[in-house]
Design a protein around this ligand. Structure first.
Ligand code: HEC
Length: 209
């Protein structure tokens, strides 16, 4: 008797589930995206440096999402121009900072979490996606290895400017890049980016040993 009571609701639930799979209304990709966003918005708690704005996609992110990271050429050209225009180059025209400080920034994953104090600068988190030094105990492989970057690419004024600009806004060079737009997003300041450029290009940096 006990079993009987238990199995009836279970059978009903399974039937309902199967009916749902077979005949329920199917959602479009856009509807699933909206559902996911609504869920994140409902559950995300803004606190400290973790703010609600991060949930809002800008024009570029919306275009990359809508076109599977490959917007049509005309739109892509327009968006790429707008991204390049965001890059603020240093007023003193100097790009090479201090590689030792750059190494600390590259290996720091701090920033933008609930527990980060407002006055503390964010790290670059570079190691999470790139190999960026000879002595790392671990690194991510989402991006290419940057080991030997300056050795192979040279240290010309153009390379310094490109590297600064790439870190400032990676999407100016690769529209739907997975790399964050560190300068544009206000995550890293001018000095921090110069220090990272030095880490990548200074012949004395461990990256180029
Ligand atoms: C979330 C992953 C991610 C993070 C974090 C990240 N990158 Fe990248 N990066 C990439 C990807 C993917 C590429 C290759 C695609 C592209 O060029 O945008 C790339 C490309 C680059 C390039 C261009 C390489 C070339 O051959 O021209 C440089 C320079 C670079 N990253 C530097 C950095 C630095 C410095 C940091 C830390 C401040 C960093 N990246 C953080 C994902 C990331």
């Amino acid at each position: 008797m006990k079993n009987y009571i238990v199995t009836i609701p279970a059978a009903v639930a399974v039937t309902a589930l199967l009916a749902g799979c077979a005949g329920g209304p199917s959602r479009s990709e856009a509807e699933y995206r909206q559902l996911a966003l609504d869920t994140i918005k409902r559950d995300f708690q803004a606190k400290g440096q973790a703010k609600y704005e991060r949930l809002t996609a800008d024009e570029l992110q919306q275009a990359c999402n809508a076109h599977a990271n490959n917007p049509p050429p005309e739109l892509a050209a327009k968006l790429a121009g707008a991204q390049l225009a965001t890059v603020k180059l240093p007023a003193d025209d100097k790009y090479l900072g201090d590689w030792k400080s750059g190494e600390k920034i590259a290996q720091s994953g701090r920033g933008f979490t609930w527990s980060d104090k407002a006055e503390n600068p964010a790290g670059g988190n570079c190691y999470n996606c790139h190999q960026i030094g000879p002595n790392e105990s671990s690194f991510g492989t989402v991006g290419p290895s940057l080991l030997g970057y300056g050795k192979t690419r040279g240290n010309s004024p153009e390379m310094q400017k490109y590297t600064y600009s790439k870190i400032f806004n990676a999407k100016a060079f690769n529209l739907c890049s997975e790399m964050p737009r560190f300068g544009h997003a206000g995550a890293l300041n001018e000095k921090q980016i110069k220090d990272l450029v030095a880490l990548l290009l200074d012949p004395a940096s461990p990256v180029n040993k």
